[in-house]
Design a protein around this ligand. Structure first.
Ligand code: UT7
Length: 333
């Protein structure tokens, strides 16, 4: 382990989506909606839904295996696992612990973190600090969600928007002559109006009862219009702040990987940064909103598609329930 690492680089990525592809036309058989409405309002054409017996940790392990293979390391070199999810296999133990066992990693510190759709970007920030401390050497950072398990398939305003999947990255602490990899991280939160996007029941506020189940309180609820407005504001601010913090200009960016929630939100971000949509990697049309998995799935796709080269400047930016938001600037190595 380097005694004084000064850089944290992403040395491998992986992703996984369940085989069951559900189109907008399929959704129109469940709720009163149409392919035209979903596509024009959100940009989504299809999403993947996990099988009934396929868990968040199963999807996370599939993505992690690919990331470890891409990193070309021995799995027992990993000494830290952080899993960003708001749909864990169960409230406890953590999904990260279940992944530790499934992957057979005996010497790791593991925990989940919950920052909703910003989770992966938050997790990168935490892993970055832990690796720079010199106490850890290689981290597995995963964003994984089984959103289909908390969707209300009687609520057309939400169930058409989300999908399941997982993305993972292996991070390595390095000693380099100039700083590369994760250049900077930034996060924010405003918890003053949690009901904008929440799963009301299942915690200490509304424990599971027959009433909480009958009144559908265990499903995701969202005020889409208000979330949309907040998303446009905080995605723009989180992006410009991190670019400024690192003394770059938006035109220096080679690629932007934004949270995949709504194409109109992403278009407004492109406009705010005055950079063309070609510099964005989007897969919302095929995945829907996979919450904490959306950024790492898109990152893995972009890398495997040859859209990321050594030396590229890449912006990751996300927002989600809380509200939370976060951004990361990476000099790819
Ligand atoms: O990761 C963060 C999570 N969430 C988000 O980022 C979501 C942010 N918000 C959004 O993406 C958008 O607000 C939505 C896609 C959710 C909605 O788009 P909108 O343009 O804000 O539509 P709206 O909520 O104003 O609804 C317009 C109409 C309504 O009918 P009326 O009241 O005008 O008669 C809705 O009832 O569309 C109706 N509607 C639907 N119609 C067909 C709502 N959902 C559907 C649906 N199919 N699935």
């Amino acid at each position: 382990m380097p005694s004084h690492p000064n850089s944290v680089t992403i040395i491998g990525t992986g992703s996984y989506a369940p085989s069951n592809v559900v189109t907008n036309d399929d959704m129109a058989k469940i709720v009163d909606t149409s392919d035209e409405w979903i596509r024009t309002r959100s940009g989504i054409s299809a999403r993947h839904f996990a099988a009934a017996d396929e868990t968040t940790s199963d999807m996370a392990c599939a993505a992690a295996e690919r990331a470890i293979e891409a990193a070309g390391i021995e799995r027992n070199e990993i000494d830290l696992i952080i899993v960003a999810t708001m749909t864990p296999d169960m409230p406890f133990p953590s999904t990260a612990c279940l992944i530790q066992s499934k992957l057979g990693l005996p010497n790791v510190t593991t925990f989940d973190m919950q920052a909703a759709c910003s989770g992966f970007v938050y997790a990168l920030s935490v892993a970055n600090s832990m690796l720079l401390s010199g106490n850890f050497n290689k981290a597995l950072v995963i964003g994984a969600e089984k959103m289909s398990g908390i969707l209300d398939f009687e609520d057309r305003t939400t169930c058409v928007l989300f999908g399941d999947g997982a993305g993972a990255a292996v991070l390595s602490a390095e000693q380099t002559t100039e700083k590369v990899g994760i250049l900077g991280v930034l996060g924010g939160a405003d918890g003053s109006n949690p009901s904008l996007l929440q799963q009301p029941a299942g915690g200490s506020a509304i424990p599971a009862t027959t009433e909480s189940i009958a009144s559908r309180q265990h499903f995701l609820k969202m005020n889409g219009k208000e979330i949309f407005k907040a998303a446009v504001r905080v995605m723009g601010q989180a992006s410009t702040d991190i670019i400024e913090q690192q003394s770059y200009d938006p035109e220096d960016l080679n690629l932007v990987i934004p949270h995949q929630a709504n194409m109109r939100i992403i278009e407004s971000l492109a406009k705010r940064l005055s950079i063309p949509m070609e510099k964005f990697h989007n897969n919302l049309d095929r995945y829907g909103n996979t919450s904490a998995a959306s950024v790492p799935i898109a990152l893995d796709e972009a890398y495997r598609a040859g859209r990321i080269q050594s030396g590229d400047l890449i912006l990751l930016v996300a927002f989600g329930a809380g509200l939370t938001w976060g951004s990361t600037l990476i000099k790819w190595q």
